[in-house]
Write a protein that binds this ligand. Sequence first.
Ligand code: ADP
Length: 807
Amino acid sequence: MSEASRAQEMPDTLPLIPLRDLILFPNLVVPLFVGRERSINALEEAMRQGHLVALVTQMKAETQEPEHEELYEIGCVASIMQELKLPDGTAKALVEGQQRFRILEWLHDDPYLRVRVEIIEEEVRLDVEIEALMRALISDFEHASELGKPIPQEVLMAASTIEEPGRLADFVAFHLNLKVEEKQQILEALDPKDRLEKTAKFLRKELEILELGSKIQDRVKDQMTKTQREYFLREQLKAIQQELGQYDEIQAEMDEYKEKIKEAAMPEEVEEKALKELGRLEKMPAASAETSVIRTYLDWLIGLPWNKESEEKLDLIEAQKILDEDHYGLEKVKERVLEYLAVHKLTDLMRGPILCFVGPPGVGKTSIGKSIARALGREFIRMSLGGVRDEAEIRGHRRTYVGALPGRIVQSISQVGTNNPVFMMDEVDKVGADFRGDPTSALLEVLDPEQNFSFQDHYLEAPFDLSNVMFITTANLLDPIPPALRDRMEVIHFPGYTEDEKLNIAVQYLVPKQLIEHGLAPTKLEVTGEAIREIVRRYTREAGVRNLERTIAMICRQVARKVVEGKKGKTRVTERTLHKYLGPPKFSYGLAEERDEVGAATGLVWTEVGGDIIYIEATKMPGKGKLNLTGQLGEVMKESAQAAVSYIRTRAAKLGIDEDFNEKYDMHIHVPAAAIPKDGPSAGITMATSLASVLTGCPVRRDIAMTGEITLRGRVLPIGGLKEKLLAAHRAGITTVLIPKENVRDLELLPERVRDELETIPVENMDEVLSKALVRNCVKGQKRAKDSSRKGSSTGKAASKKASSKG
Ligand code: ADP
């Protein structure tokens, strides 16, 4: 039946039933319970005439007899499909909505309500926008069902088949849980598009509520089931592992770990931690990446010598024997070490300061450390601090880092396997200075007996007791050691060896040691004393004996090869056959073949690897008084060069130099040193000497070396490292050295032999230096000076040959 034909049949007056809490829409069917007397009368009247009744909703559900104004004005005409009278006088009816109507007039109230109505026709209009609205409404409706709104499947199907926009809106609104007022709003929306929009809005709101509801539910469900789920999964996993025959293996591993943890004798808190981690491991699926992290961690904990220590024996006489057995000379060092051990024995604690061995490479620092360990019956371990960039290297990375490991201290302890080794930390002078981050504070903690009983490594997350460790540090130079560290340490200097000492060390220690290391019996190889002296003089130039040992090893290797190849009898390496093994000499020794030269002076410097000699060259060329400096020159050295020039200018007349030399010539000073000197100023008098030599044309004596700082007025100031410098001069075969007068007291520290063989001349000012260093009478006798200058015109050639052959 079309809307139009229905409207024609519609009478314009109708009996009316007020509804308490229900709104009927056209085309929808609802059951109606009718109880109020007037309503029953209206129903009966309707049954008599065309089965049509007007339904409007009352504004307040509880009103028993609503007045006209308590009823909405717009309602729905319904046709009664079925009526059932109940025994108690009430009735039940099934009604179908027909059309919207508006009340025009109240005709009478008794015995039932009767009204004159205007039927509201609905225009069916479709456009793109309405189409879109409809589709959106349907899809939202379906979505609501997905989110759990109880909408029967056939209702959804029905919705999707409705083609009239107004009807669709009614249909959806009817099935939503809307309040009466809201449904009435839809009923009163006479324009279909408006009705669609209103319905869509209500549906949206409903969706939001549904979504939120499901979210909340999910969360609650999540929390509740997570633990249950894990338990469930774990049980499943166990079952699978058992099925695969792995379970026993895993259990066995866990048991083994448990055992090992017990055996490691960790402090209680650490053991607890280890067991807790083991618990975590047990619960984890075997394939998880985390398991290997935990395993590694447990392995570290178990591997540490929590309670393993070497039994200490300390007998001073025995200790002295061991030190002597392993080392030639080093009397002062040994004495200091024995004193230290004596104090250690008396106090029975590692509370004393830390020993710090300072000296150039190869002078026996490590080797003395090893002997101390041997004398104490402890293990020995060394670790280099050179290149340590940040704290994490000392203290480790936290376990949250991928690939984290304990710091180097804990690694070393783990490696050595006892908790009371002699622990040598090399190169403390290379820490901090030019590195990012500061490992010094971590080091301080390690070395401080007040703190190191509970050393915290970031990786271990448990304190380790380092208080039984005997720390010894080593350094090449004292100055660069951070002051805070230096304060904790008792410094023992290793000055470097004289030629004779080296000879003895080689004959008594290095050669026998290398023979053993190369599997050679003493009957197979002999290196004569003269050969060794030759090695010391012409194949090595060093404060220690490291290269000497290496060179001896080189000879041993070659002899070993020959023995394997079938050579019979003893090989004797002499001064004359040496070059067959080592090639031509690398250094020249002594100064016999050197000539006195103009502009080349021999200085002494102090470097990281001990004392050394340098040749400073100067030349002049036409110019305007520019001072050119090249070579290994630090800032300080440049200042010294300036001071030297200034001094010479003030002394020009006396030296017989053209007084305005500074306007006619450029000066050039070159310092071809291989190693960078640590004490720039001490080359001052050497630079002044070479300059004076060039300007006067008077050669410098090559058998003289010198060291000293120069002031503008030519005073000679004291310098550091005199002992190392003099040892170097002696090594190089120099016979005379000019030293600052104020350094004379340092001469006491020199080995007797060096003191005897080296003439040291104390000087106070530059005049004295020049009178000793320049070839005699040259300054005053201009003629001879010219001769000499001609002779020395190849300035610095010999010197640079010598210098460049170094190192
Ligand atoms: P450092 O630690 O000072 O660099 P080492 O202790 O490594 O030097 O010494 C280098 C080598 O020289 C080692 O084989 C060492 O045994 C040996 N050596 C150094 N000084 C002596 C000495 N006084 N007596 C015997 N051997 C020595």
